[in-house]
Design a binder for this molecule. Structure first.
Ligand code: ATP
Length: 334
């Protein structure tokens, strides 16, 4: 029986399975990188466990790309060390490189090359590679296998770059903002494909300036700001350390009078928005219970109520004292 595209799994040979025996998949210690007077990466230390998706989260210019480029051996660090599967990349560069597949932000291909030709070409560089048919099926590119690269949409191009990153059967994938500039549907597709990399047992190190993406996709996150890692942990751990209040958002018809809202115990701050009242509180259970009782007493109709705990955005603001600005939005392409 032929498998559907979405359930296709690549046949892993025993020798391309990640080494889970001992060392971290990546270990970065006290990494520094300067460009003239600009300190792009400042004393960065983190470890990525095998089989995890690890995200470097930061706004534009935070130092994510430079960190990834140092790991890939594309930039010479000014200080610190990088180990891939226990291999010091300064000493075992070639051996370490064989373990890694990369997708860079500025990736492009010659206009007329087709996905199949590109995969065949890249595959020919390696003794161990996936065949183009297997990758075209896995990345849902079969229908576009023989059309020129220039005619592919942004989402298809990113899928092709991900397939190319996988061509040498790497145990570790390094992806620089893999979903930047894509529309929501293409982004979802890419995220699901990246999730499948982890299901295959591969390790993924990616950069992103998308808070939601980091939260949904990554097992662990390092938040970067001005070249430094200001916090790391799982999304739940990072949010759990937050001191920010929860928000109760409530919409009624007609709108609740401010006298009712002002009289609620446990509300730190109340503001009216298009969605209704937004109430900040550190006692959400008490506020919700009181709110429902008072809505009932006021005889208004409850249309919507939502409780939102602290988010990664709150964590960033607490850590840096600045609002989250991912930078100039990337143009969206489908
Ligand atoms: P983005 O999301 O925009 O790629 P980033 O978090 O990846 O941002 P980097 O690209 O690593 O950040 O940049 C970190 C800092 O280093 C920024 O101040 C940037 O302007 C600077 N920088 C990056 N590359 C160079 C370079 N080749 N020459 C000089 N400065 C650079």
């Amino acid at each position: 029986m032929s498998e559907g595209v979405h359930s296709t799994r690549l046949n892993n040979h025993t020798d391309d399975k990640p080494n889970r025996s001992c060392a971290a998949a990546i270990s970065v210690a006290a990494l520094w990188k300067r460009y003239g007077a600009t300190v792009a990466v400042s004393d960065v230390t983190f470890e990525v466990a095998a089989g995890q998706i690890f995200g470097l989260l930061g706004a534009n210019g935070a130092g994510k790309t430079t960190t990834l480029e140092c790991i890939l051996g594309l930039r010479q660090p000014d200080g610190g060390s990088i180990h891939i599967n226990g291999l010091d990349i300064r000493i075992h560069a070639a051996q370490a490189k064989r373990l890694v597949g990369a997708q860079l932000q500025a990736a492009t291909l010659q206009d007329r090359i087709t996905p199949r030709q590109a995969l065949d070409l890249f595959g020919s560089f390696y003794s161990q590679s996936f065949g183009s048919d297997e990758l075209l099926a896995r990345f849902d590119l079969e229908a576009k296998a023989d059309v020129p690269f220039a005619t592919l949409s942004g989402g298809l191009r990113q899928r092709l770059f991900l397939a190319l990153a996988l061509v040498n059967r790497p145990t570790l994938l390094v992806l620089d903002e893999p979903t930047a500039g894509l529309d929501p549907q293409a982004r979802r597709k890419l995220r699901s494909l990246i999730g499948e990399m982890r299901s295959d047992g591969r390790t993924v190190l990616l950069s992103t300036h998308d808070l939601q993406e980091a939260h949904e996709l990554c097992d662990r996150i390092a938040i970067m700001d001005n070249g430094r890692i200001v916090a790391d942990g799982s999304p739940a751990e990072l949010i759990g350390r937050s001191q920010s209040p929860a928000r109760v958002i409530v919409r009624t018809a007609p709108c609740l009078a401010s006298t009712v809202v002002d009289a609620l115990p446990g509300v730190i701050q109340a503001a009216q928005s298009e969605r209704g009242w937004i109430l900040e509180t550190r006692a959400p259970t008490r506020v919700l219970a009181e709110l429902v009782r008072r809505i009932d007493e006021a005889g208004v109709r409850l249309l919507e109520v939502e409780l939102r705990g602290p988010s990664l955005e709150d964590v960033f603001i607490e850590l840096t004292g600045r609002p989250w600005r991912a930078g100039e939005p990337h143009g969206e392409v489908s």
